[in-house]
Design a protein around this ligand. Structure first.
Ligand code: SF4
Length: 556
């Protein structure tokens, strides 16, 4: 006779169906949020009459309404429908032009002959103090008055505001970009010339673009005599006290020796630019070193560059040099067969295996794979992050070139959704693996009191909410600053991710997986996929509600 206390046999098939249905729902919520980001209306040139008209009236008092746009300009109409002028925003062209810490949007008002009646501030993501300085500078706003529409497309030498140079110049660049000037988002537009490298290559007679953008080959009488790396063209932009610098590194033909470093320009402040520029020019602290020697130097205390009082600019120059060398090394070592991608795919697949197979639970396998993951993180720099997911949502992505990252992301999201196993956090994530190794080095461990643990455990969820909330309701936020992962790919260049990384790793020696438990929004997202794989939770309800809010944000 059956024992009445024996639990009912578990209906495995039903459990599996439930798990897959929930997995689909949860993945669907993440993809829906990304799709909503993609569908967000971008106010590219869209005018809000209520916002624009009062400002336009300051220059054209008869303006009563806005008509339908023509040639990207909105007619200003009087109360009887007659044209009394034109209005245009500098968006969307100005959006790519960063000032001190963000882009700005201005309103340009023309008379009926399309001559500027006035330019007005509309909005800015830049720092408030700088924006205020510019808004108060009358001379800045009058520089366009009376100019024709065609003249606005010529950048020339704009009036900029002292103490807010970057912000005001970015605004002026935005006006020029809106009316046809090209390359306004490029702050170091001049091409690399022989004179820039003649000190290191006196015989050079030609420069040609190398394997990738920003890497140049130097030639003398048709013989290659060296290589030059240029930061602004390689997309390397370590920030100094007040802006980025354009730095070149000259290398011997085999890339094994640094012949010198040059300073082509900077958006930083004087006197730092001149001090660092002179030192780079005359002291030549980098010359004669190997790339490995420089890569091993501390950016904050580099023996290659030591201008006193210009530590931010120093830091930016040394950081740029190191990052360029790192990328150059990566390009050089990846020539021919894309073995870097192949290695990445092997690492990911092995991670899935050790994450799913019982063998992966053995101590030696855990530790061995953690070492491998940390190595992969340092070598490849690929990690799943909120910055990446939000960026893919906002801007989409091209599959070519990011196949391993796509595979990593798919593994991180899809495997937990359908198996309930978070193989990414448990095995693959290099930052998680580094914390596992840190924990294994210290015997004594601490844990937080239960109440504080419960409180701090909410932080990753809160950060996740803040990131996605900002993605939907604000713009121009560097989401990479919420996590440490950028530092794995670009080194200790950006202060905030580097600080999060350092604090998290130091804490991991004493509090196991401290950052994972108390800081990581990506970990929280993956927990959402794995927690209670067969039961609806309050998080599912909240996720559904947030996606509804996102849909309303898109369509209302
Ligand atoms: S919680 Fe974050 S840091 Fe930790 S393993 Fe997961 S993704 Fe990596």
């Amino acid at each position: 006779m059956a024992n009445p206390k024996t639990p009912k046999p578990v209906n495995n098939r039903l459990r599996r169906v439930k798990r897959w249905a929930l997995g689909l729902y949860r993945l669907g919520m993440i993809f829906a949020a990304m799709l909503c980001l993609r569908a967000l209306p971008r106010d590219e040139g869209r005018f809000d009459p209520e916002r624009v008209l009062p400002l336009a009236k300051e220059f054209i008092t008869e303006a009563a309404t806005l008509g339908e746009p023509k040639d990207g300009l909105y007619p200003l109409l009087d109360s009887e429908g007659n044209s009394v002028g034109w209005a245009s925003s500098t968006a969307p062209q100005a959006r790519k032009i960063q000032g001190y810490s963000g882009a700005s949007e201005l309103l340009v008002i023309f008379d009926t002959e399309r001559r500027v009646k006035g330019v007005h501030f509309l909005a800015s993501e830049d720092t408030e103090g700088h924006v205020k300085k510019v808004r108060d500078a009358e001379e800045f706003w009058q520089q366009w008055t009376g100019k024709s529409e065609a003249e606005l497309g010529s950048f020339g030498k704009p009036v900029v505001v002292s103490g807010a140079t970057l912000t005001s110049e970015a605004m002026a660049r935005g006006v020029a970009a809106r009316f046809g000037a090209q390359g306004m988002d490029e702050w170091f537009p001049s091409e690399l010339q022989i004179k820039d490298v003649v000190k290191q290559f006196p015989l050079a007679d030609r420069l040609s673009s190398g394997k990738v953008q920003g890497i140049y080959d130097v030639w003398a009488k048709e013989e290659k005599i060296g290589v030059v790396l240029r930061s602004s063209r390689m997309g390397v932009s370590a920030r100094g006290y007040n802006g980025t610098s354009d730095v070149i590194v000259c290398l011997s033909v085999d890339g094994e020796k640094i012949l010198g470093v040059g300073f082509l320009g900077s958006r930083d402040n004087e006197p730092y630019i001149t001090d660092v520029g002179n030192e780079v020019k005359y002291a030549d602290g980098f010359a004669g070193k190997t790339p490995e020697q420089v890569l091993g130097e501390d950016e904050n205390d580099s023996p290659s560059l030591f201008t006193s009082g210009a530590s931010y600019t120093n830091h930016a120059v040394v950081g740029s040099v190191k990052e360029m060398l790192r990328r150059y090394r990566a390009v050089e070592s990846s020539g021919g067969f894309p073995w870097k991608s192949a290695c990445a795919c092997c690492w990911i697949l092995l991670g899935v295996f050790v994450g799913m197979h019982p063998l992966g639970n053995r101590a030696w396998a855990r530790k061995g794979f953690a070492i491998l993951s940390v190595g992969a993180g340092i070598f490849l720099g690929w990690m799943v992050s909120q910055d990446q997911l939000v960026g893919w949502g906002m801007n989409g992505f091209q599959v070519s070139g990011i196949l391993p990252l796509l595979m990593l992301t798919a593994v991180a999201l899809v495997v937990p959704a359908f198996t309930g196993k978070n193989v990414y956090c448990n095995r693959i994530c290099p930052h998680g693996a580094a914390q596992v190794l840190a924990k294994s080095l210290v015997k004594k461990r601490f844990s937080l009191p239960p109440r504080i643990h419960a409180l701090f455990s909410r932080l990753p969820w809160l950060t996740l909410l803040v990131i996605w909330g900002l993605a939907f309701f604000a713009s121009g936020i560097p989401f990479a600053y919420f996590e440490p992962f950028e530092t794995w790919s670009s080194g200790f260049v950006a202060f905030i991710p580097a600080t999060i990384l350092t604090v998290g790793l130091v804490a991991a020696f004493f509090l196991p997986q401290a950052y994972c438990h108390y800081g990581c929004p990506t970990g929280a997202l993956l927990k959402f996929l794995t927690a209670s794989p067969t039961a609806w939770t309050h998080r599912d309800t909240v996720a559904g509600g947030l996606v509804v809010v996102a849909i309303l944000r898109v369509w209302l």
